[in-house]
Write a protein of this length. Structure first.
Length: 107
């Protein structure tokens, strides 16, 4: 997706989640026979479901979504997410008390 589109909120892109997700449905609701094979892991990112920790401390793990912190803008915090039901990427604001994954990228 373009740099401008990457900065938008909501679902955007075409098939970026497929390109980032673990090969086939490894970790992505593999016990559900209705789901198609998911992910081609084109970039070696190997995204798998992560769940998240809510403000109240409860952990939500349903094996259908992955969440990562995204760069903050001033005092606004963002996250990115992919899930089993979309081939695109989601971006939105979030309260900083949530617990999400961090992905380190080597320059």
């Amino acid at each position: 997706m373009t740099t401008n589109e990457a900065g938008y909120t909501g679902w955007r892109g075409v098939d970026e989640a497929d390109k980032l997700s673990a090969l086939y449905n490894n970790g992505w609701g593999a016990n559900n026979p209705d789901l198609q094979l998911y992910g081609i892991d084109l970039y070696g990112f190997d995204a798998r479901p992560t769940g998240c920790k809510g403000i109240d401390g409860r952990i939500n793990i349903q094996n259908n979504a992955a969440y990562w912190w995204a760069p903050a803008n001033d005092s606004v915090f963002y996250y990115r997410s992919i899930d089993l039901y979309h081939k695109t990427v989601f971006r939105s604001t979030i309260h900083p008390s949530y617990g999400l994954c961090v992905r380190c990228v080597k320059d």
